[in-house]
Design a binder for this molecule. Sequence first.
Ligand code: ATP
Length: 383
Amino acid sequence: MSVSQDDVVATLARVKGPDGVPLTAGGTLSEIVVSDGKVFFSITVDAGAVKAWEPVRAAAEAAVRAIPGVTSALVALTAERSASAGGAGGPAVRRVSGAAGGAPAAAGGAGGHAAPQPAVPGVETIIAVASGKGGVGKSTTAVNLALGLAATGLRVGLLDADIYGPSVPRLLGLKGRPQMGPGNKLIPMKGFGLEVMSIGFLVEEETPMIWRGPMVMSALTQMLREVDWGRLDVLVVDMPPGTGDAQLTMAQQVPLKGAVIVSTPQDLALIDARRGIAMFRRVDVPVLGIVENMSYFLCPKCGERSDLFGHGGARDEAARLGVPFLGEVPLHMDIRATSDAGRPLVATAPDGPHAVIYRDIAVKVRDQLAAAGRAAPQIVMEG
Ligand SMILES: Nc1ncnc2c1ncn2[C@@H]1O[C@H](COP(=O)(O)OP(=O)(O)OP(=O)(O)O)[C@@H](O)[C@H]1O
């Protein structure tokens, strides 16, 4: 039985806000996304009223889940602070409530220092894999880096926060939906020993979605905090590409211990990578290093190496910017073919030449984390 947006709206008309006004009449609802029996939307409320709204959120989620044909429903509360408070063009910092009663993400007045983000229970360390622009191989790197970390004996999770193009389900060959476990927490999917969560499990990869700011944060908060991660040593977050407001907000909202930047060697990509590094520095997240992807090409026939895009650019850039250089990954058909087939190299050919490169990168990342070995950094609020 297929569910329509109208079915959801009709159901929500029977759910009332704390003021007794039906949800559909209060102007608080985001766009309602319905895809293949999965329903996703957020309720935007005043930051001071989050507590009063939590039972409404829960009731809305339960009501939608009870609609015949609905297989999963995700409803999040978001609260937004206006950007007007003293900012010099800085982005608004959104405070998002943990949808099922988690602590508000950040406190603090305009221009002041925010409290560090609350840790994610059971998760020791969270790192981001980011790129200044799309298509540089960020997700491929994130997957193989996560597997490389797991190969060192760590318990590793992978959160695909690339809401604009979630590709982790495809890269790991994962299909299906995460189940709801005790305490209304989603149970991550399992892929090659990793605990995996992706917005791609909740909406179809092909579904074009218009993401508004609060929805971005709702989705991220739910995927980070409404998931039963178990006990993890490292959670690798595959960030959306770019350095816009959504990425900056994410970098602020996730208690990151560090970030890995992926770039190709071209000048233009490096300019974007530099922006990525600047973004993380701005929010006091240490940059663990740069990976140069599609660094060189080894001819499969003659073995000759060609530096297609002027290889070495990222290494030089890393030295210039004073961040570690983590390694170079060649442009190779095997990397593409295994990624696209959902059989990542580090898991399926762990001793092959490319897997060795990724595993080396993972060891360097682990060592960087150990060297950093300090508590979550203070996060500066931009007003
Ligand atoms: N080193 C490599 N050699 C060959 N192909 C690669 C390599 N790295 C990535 N690719 C391929 O390039 C394409 C883009 O990679 P990927 O999806 O990882 O990039 P991305 O930066 O995450 O992109 P986006 O952010 O736009 O989703 C994929 O088809 C992937 O298989």
